[in-house]
Structure formats: structure tokens, C-alpha cells
Design a protein around this ligand. Structure first.
Ligand SMILES: Nc1ncnc2c1ncn2[C@@H]1O[C@H](COP(=O)(O)OP(=O)(O)OP(=O)(O)O)[C@@H](O)[C@H]1O
Ligand SMILES: [Mg+2]
Length: 256
């Protein structure tokens, strides 16, 4: 991998512009995220949060603007390319394949093979055991790693998607509303997992509508409104009332 000392930022997105037909989803957005910190992105529905992270993760292509990973400009044309560079993402839509089992989803596109080509076999037992270990980090009851995703609840699906991203991430993990379908106890476990990833030195980017969670988890908060970043704040310097005012436009915000 490339030298990580070239920038103080794990991720630096600069002047990102993106339109979908006549909808200007992003109007020149810039954010940064540091390694060893949780960076939150907040904003009302339609503010452009998911679009921004999909551009960072190689799902969507920006009309203009740049993304740098540890100071090096990158241009991922596919999510696989971003994953190879060490960026894992939990999408709002989760990105699981309904007809595959839990363990197959956890190992999607990274099947572990035994032997030497052309005599290679999928090491199923190893992948199932590893899948169990990945899921054990979260306190969400899962029937069996052999169960198909189709039969899982919203919270169970979310746990599988989070476990996959956390298990494979090496430099940056992005989570788009990771606890939206989870109860209080399960949410606490996900927050612990996020802390562990941060403590391992990863840059964690979280999108959340839960301001208490944002204030609990983050070091840095970016506030978006209608396709623009209104302000960036250190979590220690703000509070829930200020965040609400910034999101709704009752306060214009001053960068800190
Ligand atoms: N693939 C797409 N095609 C057309 N319009 C899109 C597409 N993706 C996003 N948009 C539009 O871009 C804008 C920003 O959407 P985005 O999903 O980024 O918002 P968000 O901040 O993630 O909202 P939410 O909190 O509801 O998830 C919205 O107006 C949305 O309708
Ligand atoms: Mg979204």
C-alpha cells in the first residue's frame, strides 16, 4: 500500500459536483476525514449524504471534483476498486444478495480457495467459521450462517452488512445509517464496534439522523443542506440544539 504519511486526512473530497438530470444532488461539496477518528455527515433527507459517500466508494462518478486517499488522488470506477484500496462501505440499501446465505454474503467476491489452480475449491467450512466470528462482534441474533438473507429481519440484515464492512475494512469504513433498523442494545454494540475500528486507526465515516449518536460517536461533524456542506464542526464544540438549527437553516453556521 502507499505511504500513509502524505496527508493528515485519510479521505479528502474536494468540490464534488453531481447532478442526476435536473436534480443538483451535490453543488461543490468538500469534506475531510481523519484516520483514528469518527467523522459524521448529517443533514435532512435529500441533502446529498448518500450521493457523496457513493462517489467516495466508487459507486457513482462525480461530474467534477476530486477524492484523495491519504493525500493521493483516486478515481474509483467500481466499488471493488475502492475495496481493494481499503475502503469498505455499508450502503443505506445494504447491498446484500437475497438468495445467498449469510456466509456467502459475507464472502461475496472474496471466496477463500484451497489448492492450486485449476484444482481450487471453495473452502466452505473455513468461510462459515470466519462468518460466525465476524458476526459475533455484534449482539444480533442470527439463526445460522447458512440461512438465506431473504428470510432475515431488517436489523439482522443490517448486522450482516456491518459485519462484512467491519471485517474487511483496512483503512476507511463508511456506514450509511448503520443503526436505522436496530434496537437500543444492538445499536450500542454497533457503536462499540465503531469505537474499535477507530481505535485500530481506521477512518470511520458515519451518516446518521440520530444526533445523540452523532455526538456520542464522532470527533468531526459535517452538516449538509440541499447539496452543500453548510459547516464542519468538532463534536466537542457543539450540541444537539445547534445541530438541529444548522440542519433546518435556522443558523448559518461558522466553520470551526
Ligand atoms: N440515482 C439517482 N437518480 C436520480 N436522483 C437521485 C439519485 N440518487 C440521488 N438522487 C437525488 O439526489 C438528491 C440527494 O439524494 P441522497 O440520496 O444523496 O440524499 P440523502 O442525504 O442521502 O438523503 P436520506 O437522508 O433520505 O438518505 C435527492 O434529491 C435524490 O432524489
Ligand atoms: Mg441517504
Amino acid at each position: 500500500m502507499t505511504n500513509q504519511q502524505t496527508s493528515e486526512f485519510a479521505i479528502e473530497a474536494t468540490d464534488i459536483v453531481k447532478s442526476f438530470g435536473s436534480v443538483q444532488a451535490l453543488r461543490g461539496v468538500s469534506i475531510t476525514a481523519r484516520a483514528g477518528e469518527v467523522t459524521s455527515i448529517i443533514g435532512d433527507n435529500g441533502a446529498g449524504k448518500s450521493t457523496l459517500i457513493k462517489i467516495i466508494a466508487g459507486v457513482d462518478k462525480a461530474d467534477s471534483g476530486t477524492v484523495s486517499l491519504f493525500g493521493e488522488e483516486v478515481s474509483f470506477h467500481t466499488p471493488e476498486a475502492a475495496r481493494e484500496a481499503g475502503i469498505e462501505t455499508v450502503y443505506q440499501t445494504l447491498g446484500l444478495i437475497e438468495d445467498l446465505t449469510i456466509w456467502q454474503n459475507l464472502f461475496l467476491n472474496r471466496e477463500v480457495m484451497l489448492g492450486v489452480p485449476p484444482f481450487r475449491f471453495l473452502n466452505k467450512r473455513m468461510m462459515r467459521n470466519e462468518a460466525l466470528r465476524m458476526l459475533s462482534e455484534l449482539d444480533v441474533h442470527i439463526p445460522s450462517v447458512k440461512a438465506r438473507v431473504r428470510g432475515l429481519s431488517g436489523g439482522q440484515r443490517q448486522a450482516v452488512a456491518i459485519s462484512r464492512a467491519a471485517g474487511w475494512s483496512s483503512r476507511v469504513v463508511i456506514m450509511d445509517e448503520p443503526t436505522a433498523a436496530l434496537g437500543v442494545r444492538e445499536t450500542a454494540k454497533v457503536e462499540e464496534l465503531i469505537h474499535r475500528l477507530k481505535d485500530k486507526g481506521l477512518a470511520v465515516i458515519v451518516i446518521s439522523h440520530n444526533f445523540d449518536q452523532v455526538l456520542r460517536l464522532s470527533e468531526q461533524i459535517w452538516v449538509m443542506r440541499q447539496g452543500s456542506v453548510i459547516t464542519g464542526l468538532r463534536a466537542a464544540d457543539t450540541n444537539g440544539d445547534e445541530l438541529v438549527a444548522l440542519i433546518t437553516g435556522a443558523s448559518s453556521g461558522a466553520a470551526r
